[in-house]
Write a new protein. Structure first.
Length: 287
């Protein structure tokens, strides 16, 4: 990503200004495949691209919770900072916003788009406590499977576990990063945003611009346990493009080159079928 504010949060929202850009992909004309060896790890044999999507500048995935039926409208998951209308500010929560965002649904080998999905609404989007945008599309899970032969990825309803082998599957780059969950961060601070109980990757997952919104898949279960969102590139402390860890007693730690993701199990508990339910039992931030 360029050295200004165009690359960091691993993908910049389409149409957003370049005033905040955690690992964002550059504009399409400026995009180029990573060239260094550390950015091109070998693909993970156990995880395919089926169920992943490519956005204009980010990655994402077609996801499903246990309560969903084939007749429910399907959901696409990406980052809050990938929202097409601009990144939500601290404390901002967006629900039930009209959308016509388009997503390329990838084949299992990631080499081709098997079809295009179109959003009807933004079900939920925020960068407070987590970094997520959830879209509802105009086709049902059953229709997508029948037309394209692609099933949605299952969202885990359980907190992930340290040491778990994971794959970060980027539909934008058609690239898979393989590593493990190194641990969890009480608070991850980047510029004005604070994320809670974030996943820290082990060193091999050198995620880059455009991988924002990639599903983080438990390779043993095939379930989505988190959503990829940022990395500390320059070693700076708590600044844009350089998240820092803050523990329970306020100690700040910086891990240059280490990537992070936001857990999705709380999101899964707030979805009924394909609709977000922000009642008192849902722990997600509310408008």
């Amino acid at each position: 990503m360029p050295r200004q504010l165009t690359r960091r949060l691993l993908g910049l929202a389409a149409g957003a200004t370049l005033t905040a850009g955690l690992l964002a992909a550059a504009a399409p004309t400026a995009l180029a495949a990573p060239t260094t060896a550390r950015h091109r790890p070998a693909p993970t044999a156990d995880v395919s691209f089926a169920g992943t999507v490519a956005l204009s500048n980010c990655s994402g995935s077609l996801v499903r919770v246990p309560s969903a039926t084939d007749d429910d409208k399907a959901l696409v998951l990406t980052n809050g900072h990938c929202l097409e209308t601009g990144m939500p500010g601290p404390g901002e929560v967006i629900v039930d916003q009209p959308s016509n965002r388009r997503f390329s649904l990838l084949s299992a080998d990631g080499q081709d788009s098997v079809g295009t999905l179109t959003a009807s609404t933004v079900e939920y989007s925020t960068m407070t406590d987590t970094d997520v945008t959830l879209y509802q599309v105009d086709q049902t899970y059953g229709e997508i499977r029948q037309q394209y032969g692609i099933a949605a990825l299952a969202l885990s309803t359980a907190h992930p576990t340290a040491g778990t082998d994971i794959a970060v599957v980027s539909g934008y780059w058609q690239q898979t990063y393989s590593c493990a969950i190194d641990g969890f961060v009480p608070e991850l601070h980047e510029a004005d945003w604070v994320w809670k109980d974030s996943v820290r990757y082990t060193e091999p997952c050198h995620v880059i611009g455009g991988t924002s919104g990639s599903p983080v898949v438990d390779t043993a279960t095939g379930q989505v346990v988190a959503i990829n969102n940022t990395t500390n590139e320059d070693g700076a402390r708590c600044t844009l493009n350089n998240p820092c860890e803050v523990d329970a007693d306020g100690t700040v730690t910086v891990h240059q080159g280490i990537g992070y993701a936001e857990e999705t199990y709380l999101l899964a508990t707030c979805i009924q079928g394909s609709t977000i339910n922000l009642d008192s039992a849902c722990p997600l931030p509310k408008p």
